[in-house]
Design a protein around this ligand. Structure first.
Ligand code: GUN
Length: 293
């Protein structure tokens, strides 16, 4: 059983990026810069954004964290994005989701210049991705691809079952893995909340690679895992636990003990896909800096 350790795979990605930024610095050049916008004080979002900023530091990238109160107007948020779009020292812009209910996510995402959309959420970039064109791939699916590449997991001709159809993970993941690309060429089945659970179970049992992104701890039980399957657990849910130092524990979507008993390879939570998401984001920010598409 192989643990698909996100620490190891993301360290490799970060080391190659650090080499590039060291070379840029040695040549007296500016390094990539990420601007992250955080609205409100959602605990999980705070943690994710802090981690993104820290990882920028570690790879020699510049970063700015721009905070707004929960009651920020859509107009103020849009004005900031427009300013960042114009700022020549900012290569990548991300707006941490979820946003407060009075803000329309789509409007905010569409306001980000597609060439600075390092989250890969802009409809133009999604369209490019669907067509197999070069673009920013959404950070989490990109991180999963980087993980599969690092651990040399073959996807061609395999049956992949993706559970969850979010715009951020499940849907782009299903498109990428079925595409004609490295870490693609799989036959992909996409299950979601309207797939009867017994059907999801039956399909999961046939999966050579099972990708789960539903945000429900322990959604995948032992019976859903084909012996020898590769399990990619994208879930990161905070579960209250009075015995934990912070008062909660991070849980994935997969019963980890069941997975390590039956699968050939499993991503741990924490320490798996979450770290790869940041690697994907950093890769996209370097790509934005290099102006490669
Ligand atoms: N919220 C959960 N995942 C993500 C992500 O990848 N990017 C942003 N901006 N927000 C998120």
């Amino acid at each position: 059983m192989l643990v698909l350790d996100g620490k190891i795979a993301s360290a490799a990605v970060k080391a190659s990026l650090l080499q590039k930024t060291d070379a840029l610095k040695a040549a007296g050049k500016r390094t990539p810069h990420l601007a992250a916008i955080l609205v409100g004080n959602n605990g999980a979002s705070e943690t994710y954004v802090a981690s993104k900023v820290k990882n920028c530091d570690e790879t020699g990238f510049g970063s700015s964290l721009i905070r707004f109160d929960n009651d920020v107007t859509e107009a103020d948020l849009l004005a900031k994005i427009h300013a960042l779009n114009e700022d020549k020292n900012v290569d990548g812009i991300l707006v941490q989701l979820p946003l407060p209910k009075h803000i329309h996510d789509e409007k905010i995402i569409e306001a980000i210049h597609p060439n600075k959309d390092v989250d890969g959420f802009h409809p133009m970039n999604i369209g490019r991705m669907v067509q197999g064109m070069d673009t920013f791939i959404p950070a989490t699916p990109y991180g999963v691809l980087l993980m599969l590449e690092y651990f040399k997991i073959e996807t061609k001709g395999k049956h992949v079952v993706v559970i969850g159809r979010s715009n951020i993970v499940g849907r782009p993941m299903s498109i990428l893995l079925s595409g004609d690309r490295p870490q693609g060429n799989a036959s992909v089945t996409l299950c979601h909340r309207n797939t009867p659970k017994e059907e999801t179970i039956k399909l999961a049992q046939q999966a050579d690679i099972l990708v789960v992104a539903v945000g429900i701890p322990n959604f995948v039980s032992a019976e859903m895992i084909k012996p020898g399957a590769v399990i990619i657990d994208v879930g990161i849910t905070r579960v209250e636990d009075a015995t934990a130092k912070k008062g909660f524990r991070i849980k994935g979507d997969v019963n980890y003990e069941a997975a390590i008993a039956k699968a050939s390879a499993v991503t741990p939570v924490p320490g798996g896909v979450g770290l790869m998401t940041i690697a994907g984001l950093l890769m996209n920010t370097m790509k934005a800096y290099e102006g490669k598409f």
